[in-house]
Design a protein around this ligand. Structure first.
Ligand SMILES: C[S@@+](CC[C@H](N)C(=O)[O-])C[C@H]1O[C@@H](n2cnc3c(N)ncnc32)[C@H](O)[C@@H]1O
Length: 276
């Protein structure tokens, strides 16, 4: 049993059945270059895989789960669920010289703790890469899920973990491999965009660069599946491929009347069996 270790904005938990329905039935190595919370990756439990994310803290966490799960669990047990402790731990990144010297295990442990006790499991940093989410006042946040950490550690043993831009994976993809892309979405309108995943954001040039990587994958006989918003921009950009419309829950909207279902695109470069 493996489930995502952290909560992540844009997590794909609710779309798992749709994604699995439209995946290719057979492939060699699995790639997920925008891993985030890794809802699909942890659900599929494919051993031969590459994962990547631009977020250093997140990738450090996965590397520590892979290599030092016991030390991580030990450190997680030290934390306390109160606001004074939360803000004390949160402010460690305000003193860069101190934060640099913190061990990678301590950084991973702090990351899980802040994610589970911070408001809505949000990861948001300011321009200086300082974590700035407030305390979430949850009664019993589960930040020491030791059995899940051990299971995920086992799964990650055959996974190559990369940290950087999504194009990092290009050199490793071969014919017959499968890549699932879940990038920051093209905004539906000016106010709905959430670009707080990294200090850089994800603009149209990056969406275009991602499409070029999809073209490359297609040209070498590998498979790709990509999630993105239901916008004319995405429809036009991926007009040479198969676009499937699926329904997802609207994420990140505090106004109750703006919640509910919303369309999303899944783009694939292969045919799906309609009877599935
Ligand atoms: C929509 S989220 C992925 C959610 C994930 N599928 C899940 O289930 O939790 C997008 C991810 O892209 C990452 N990201 C943003 N810009 C990136 C870039 N240029 N290269 C790689 N990853 C990037 C963010 O850090 C974030 O984790």
């Amino acid at each position: 049993m493996c489930k995502p270790v952290i909560k992540w904005v844009g997590g794909k938990h609710q779309l798992l059945n749709e994604l699995k329905k439209y995946m290719p039935k057979n492939f060699n190595t699995y790639f997920e270059p925008f891993i985030g919370g890794g809802a699909l990756f942890f659900d599929l439990k494919i051993k031969k895989s590459f994962i990547n994310d631009y977020n250093f803290e997140l990738i450090n966490l996965y590397k520590i789960i892979k290599t030092k799960p016991i030390e991580l669990i030990k450190d997680l047990k030290i934390h306390k669920n109160n606001s004074e402790y939360f803000y004390k731990l949160r402010k460690l990144d305000r003193i860069p010289s101190f934060y640099k010297r913190l061990s990678k295990v301590k950084k991973a442990s702090r990351f899980i703790y802040l994610n589970k006790t911070g408001f809505n499991g949000l990861y948001r940093v300011n321009k200086s890469s300082q974590f700035n989410v407030p305390f979430g006042t949850y009664k019993n946040p589960n930040y020491v899920d030791d059995s899940n950490i051990l299971d995920c550690s086992k799964l990650l043993q055959k996974t190559t973990i990369l940290n950087g831009d999504f194009e990092n994976i290009k050199q490793y993809i071969k014919k017959g491999d499968f890549v699932y892309f879940d990038p920051p979405y093209v905004p539906l309108n000016e106010t709905s965009s959430f670009t707080g995943y990294t200090d850089k954001g994800f603009d149209e040039d990056m969406q275009f660069r991602l499409k070029e990587l999809c073209d490359y994958i297609n040209s070498i006989g590998a498979f790709f599946m990509l999630s993105n918003s239901y916008t004319k921009y995405i429809k036009d950009l991926y007009q040479d491929y198969n676009l499937i419309t699926v329904q997802a829950n609207r994420a990140l909207n505090c106004k109750a009347n703006r919640r509910g279902k919303i369309n999303e695109y899944i783009v694939i470069n292969y045919k799906v069996n309609k009877e599935d």
